[in-house]
Every structure is written in structure tokens, then in C-alpha cells.
Design a protein around this ligand. Structure first.
Ligand code: ATP
Length: 479
């Protein structure tokens, strides 16, 4: 079969070394009005792509003269923007994850039904079209119009992330944002939603760690009347509430295996069953999740479903900790000073040289959230005159913290600042003591939050809020 140049439709470059399959795919796609360019090797594909820009690349993995995924990786590094669908006869999860990481929009396991091929190709072409429109219309990511929050560091330490966001927003793919607590994972999720075609739909944020497991499931999936004691009437879950919009699942690593199985079904079938119910409800939403845990390690040890991981992480985004992008610190301080001073009706001050120096030297284990708390506290406590912020030093580490990570020697230099005993405001002293008590309880309970809350005599929710407020990282309280 030859290419029918007279047909005007999107161009699909098909790279498949098996003659029969090449013909089959070409027929199926040709019947949909697509112009298919059939090639049979890595070399031919590279030569073609050096001169043409097809709308889609349909790529086999095992080719006579090389590996399709290696080719894909190389093409992406060279700046290829065309959507790519990878096809393979070896449908292992590892392979799929590898393909998606290498930048594939979708992954087809042979043999697949013709309709699956057509729907994958149409979806990828649509993503490509939206991408082009969005890049033309919005070369940079606008701040969240509702909250006015901008991503500080988009020209600095978050440059790579910011460059990716418009394209991520245009696609409907799931996104997994990884990064330590307080690095801005939710902010990034909101920015993606705000720049996406789902902008007018709801953004529903659920913290999977903030609720005990049974409650999380009923909150997410809803329940039918009589599903359990206390279920007096039927209730819609948050997944249904996110219809048409984005569901943000924070701390996804804290989800039980049971809830993971239910979530997998949502992603695969695009439908849910409420707890205690039989009826299935169709849902249309985008899922963005976030975690500070190593989900790959959890998947290897059976604590996280690897099939769910690969569905959630079609687009993985990593947010580096603040200590690895200290050049963003001055901009962040300025941003938060403006936010909190303006809120108090004050002219935003500038940090004095000593405060700025200390802030740069400190490791910020609680990342941007800790930095924001620090600036807010300084503003509230009035540690500044009309021109400059003279904050007391950034919060000290609580007694005997676990090692912060090799890359953070700055902690030592920060605590060496100033001679003699440090005088703290009463409020800061209370905060320091509170942080230490929370860490001690978490250590004593081996990271079990329910038990730690009991030890502290507070509710689960209060403990959770305190962990966040004080920027207490997992490393400090587990094990
Ligand atoms: N790059 C940034 N620019 C401006 N503000 C930021 C930035 N990163 C984080 N923030 C602010 O810092 C605070 C913490 O961010 P966020 O809640 O998104 O972190 P997170 O990684 O989701 O935290 P956690 O894992 O603890 O839920 C928020 O108030 C957020 O607006």
C-alpha cells in the first residue's frame, strides 16, 4: 500500500517492522482519514523526522535495528514535541512506565483491538492540537487568577517545571507531583488546573493522610444509605464532586491498598460505585496526585500498587527541596512579605542584610511552607520598621533532629549565627516547644499519627495541622 497524498488529514508516522501489522494499522487509520507514512526501522524514522514534522508518531518498541524507547528518549532530548504512542508485545508494567517516562502519550499492548488504536490515536492528536493552541495563546503560565498566586522561582530553581506546565496543562493526562512536604506540590496542581481546559470545572483537593482510612474511602467514593452505621442518607463522594474538573489527591502514598484498588478502577473505567451500592456512576475528571514518599520503593515492597502508580504517573513532576534552589529564597521572601504585609495594610519591607544572609544559610527543612510561616510570623510580630525586616533568626531545628540529607550543611552554619543564648519571643518559644513535642510523640509512636495524637492529647486533625504548620518532615518522625 502507498501513501495517498491526496488525502488531507493529520499525518501519522508509523514505525513498525512487521509487514502485516504495518499494513493493518495503515488500513485502520487510513479509513479514518489519516495520512499514514509507514516506515520499518529506527534509521528510516530518524531520517524522516529530520526533515518532516508529523502530527503523531506511532512507534513499535522492538525494531530490527534498535529499540523504539531508546529512539524516543533521544528524540525527546533533541526537542521532539510530536505526541508519541508506543506499541509493544511485551506489556509489562515496567515497560509501560519506561515508555511513559520517555515521553509517550499512550502505550498499546499487542494485540490490541482496532478501536483501541483509533481512540488512542485520536486522543493523542487532540492533545497535540490543544498543545499547539495553548502554546500560541499562552507562552508562559499565568498566575492562578482566583488566588493571584504565582509560581515564584519559575525563572530560577523551578525553571524546568515551569517550562513543562503549559504542555502538561493542555493534556488531560494524570500527573504525579513528587517532592518533600511544603515544596509547592498543591500550588503546582492548582496552576495546572488553572491553565487547563478544565479551568471552569471544580478543583477538589483531598489530603489522603488527613483522614483515617475508612473515612477517606467514604469521603472519596460516597456511600449509599445504610452502607455502614451512621450512613443515614446517600452521599456523593468527592470524586463525583470533581466532575468536569480536577481531583487533587495529596499524600497519595498514604492510601490503603483497598482504596488504591477502587481508585484504579476510576482511572481505568472512568466510573465509580458508591460504598454499599451497586449502581455505577460515570465520571469525567482529571486526576493529579502528590506525594513526598518514594512510591517506586513502596511498589517494590507491595505497599503501593504498581499498576496504579503507572496510571497516576503518566506525567511525573519533581519539585526540588528549597535547600537545592536557594537562589529562589530572596524572591520567595519578597513574595511573602508583600502578601502578608499588604494583608495587614502595611508597605512591604525589605529584609535587612543579616536576615537575608541567615535565610540563605538555613536549610528550610519545611521548605517553602516553613519560609512562608517564618515571614508571616515576623510580620505579625512586627519585627521590622518601615523599611526593613529584622527578623529573629529562622526557626532552629528541634532538639536532635534526624540528619536532614547530606546536601544541607547550611543548618550548621545557620545555628552558629549569633553568640550567647538566643532570646526568643514567647510565641516563638512556644512554637519551638510545640514542634519538639510533636516530633517526640511521632518518634515514640513510630510515625503512627493516630497513636501520636493520643499521646499528645489532641485530635488526629490537630496533629496533622501541627505537622504541616511546623514543617515537620517524614524523615524526622518515622522510625
Ligand atoms: N514556588 C512558589 N511560589 C509561591 N508560593 C509557593 C511556592 N511554593 C510553595 N508556595 C506556597 O507555600 C505553601 C506550601 O505549598 P504547598 O501547600 O503547595 O506545598 P505541598 O508540597 O503541597 O505541601 P504538603 O506536601 O505538605 O501538602 C503554600 O502557601 C504555597 O502557596
Amino acid at each position: 500500500m502507498t501513501v495517498d497524498a491526496a488525502v488531507e488529514g493529520p499525518e501519522v508516522l508509523l514505525v513498525e517492522d512487521e509487514h502485516n501489522l504495518r499494513e493493518l494499522y495503515q488500513d485502520v487509520l487510513g479509513a479514518r482519514g489519516l495520512r499514514v507514512v509507514p516506515l520499518d526501522s529506527v534509521t528510516a524514522a530518524e531520517a524522516y523526522l529530520s526533515r518532516h514534522a508529523p502530527d503523531l508518531l506511532l512507534l513499535d518498541v522492538k525494531l530490527g535495528d534498535g529499540d523504539g524507547l531508546v529512539l524516543l528518549d533521544r528524540l525527546r532530548k533533541q526537542g521532539l514535541r510530536t505526541p508519541v504512542i508506543v506499541m509493544t508485545a511485551f506489556g509489562t508494567v515496567e515497560r509501560a512506565v519506561q515508555a511513559l517516562r520517555a515521553g509517550a502519550a499512550d502505550f498499546l499492548v499487542k494485540p490490541f483491538p482496532n478501536e483501541r488504536l483509533v481512540s488512542a490515536v485520536e486522543a493523542a492528536l487532540e492533545t497535540g492540537r490543544r498543545l499547539v493552541e495553548l502554546e500560541l495563546a499562552a507562552p508562559t503560565l499565568a498566575p492562578d487568577s482566583e488566588t493571584g498566586r504565582a509560581l515564584v522561582g519559575a525563572e530560577g530553581g523551578l525553571r524546568d517545571v515551569a517550562a513543562l506546565l503549559p504542555r502538561v496543562a493542555a493534556s488531560d493526562a494524570t500527573v504525579l507531583v513528587r517532592g518533600e512536604s511544603g515544596t509547592g506540590k498543591e500550588l503546582v496542581a492548582r496552576a495546572i488546573h488553572a491553565a487547563s481546559p478544565r479551568l471552569d470545572g471544580p478543583f477538589v483537593s483531598v489530603n489522603c493522610a488527613a483522614l483515617p482510612p475508612s473515612l477517606l474511602e467514604s469521603e472519596l467514593f460516597g456511600f449509599e444509605r445504610g452502607a455502614f452505621t451512621g450512613a443515614h442518607s446517600r452521599r456523593k463522594g468527592l470524586i463525583e464532586t470533581a466532575e468536569g474538573g480536577t481531583l487533587f489527591l495529596d499524600e497519595i502514598g498514604d492510601m490503603t491498598l483497598e482504596a488504591q484498588a477502587r481508585l484504579l478502577r476510576v482511572l481505568q473505567e472512568r466510573e465509580i460505585t458508591r460504598i454499599g451500592g451497586r449502581e455505577t456512576v460515570k465520571v469525567d475528571l482529571r486526576v493529579i496526585s502528590a506525594t513526598h514518599r518514594d512510591l517506586d520503593a513502596m511498589a517494590s515492597s507491595g505497599l503501593f500498587r504498581s499498576d496504579l502508580l503507572y496510571r497516576l504517573a503518566v506525567i511525573p513532576i519533581h519539585l526540588p527541596p528549597l535547600r537545592e534552589r536557594s537562589r529562589d529564597i530572596p524572591g520567595l521572601i519578597e513574595h511573602f512579605l508583600e502578601k502578608h504585609a499588604t494583608r495587614k495594610g502595611l508597605t512591604p519591607p525589605r529584609p535587612d542584610a543579616e536576615t537575608a544572609r541567615r535565610a540563605l544559610a538555613y536549610a528550610w527543612p519545611g521548605n517553602v511552607r516553613e519560609l512562608e510561616n517564618f515571614v508571616e510570623r515576623a510580620v505579625v510580630l512586627g519585627h521590622f520598621d518601615s523599611e526593613s525586616l529584622r527578623a529573629p533568626q529562622p526557626p532552629r531545628e528541634a532538639p536532635a533532629p534526624a540528619p536532614v540529607a547530606a546536601s544541607a550543611p547550611a543548618v550548621a552554619s545557620a545555628s552558629a549565627v549569633g553568640e550567647g543564648p538566643t532570646v526568643q519571643t514567647l510565641r516563638d518559644a512556644v512554637a519551638t516547644a510545640e514542634r519538639a513535642a510533636v516530633i517526640a510523640a511521632l518518634q515514640a509512636s513510630k510515625g503512627q499519627k493516630t497513636a501520636a495524637a493520643r499521646l499528645l492529647g489532641v485530635s488526629y486533625k490537630t496533629l496533622f495541622n501541627k505537622i504541616h504548620e511546623h514543617g515537620i518532615r517524614e524523615e524526622l518522625h518515622i522510625g
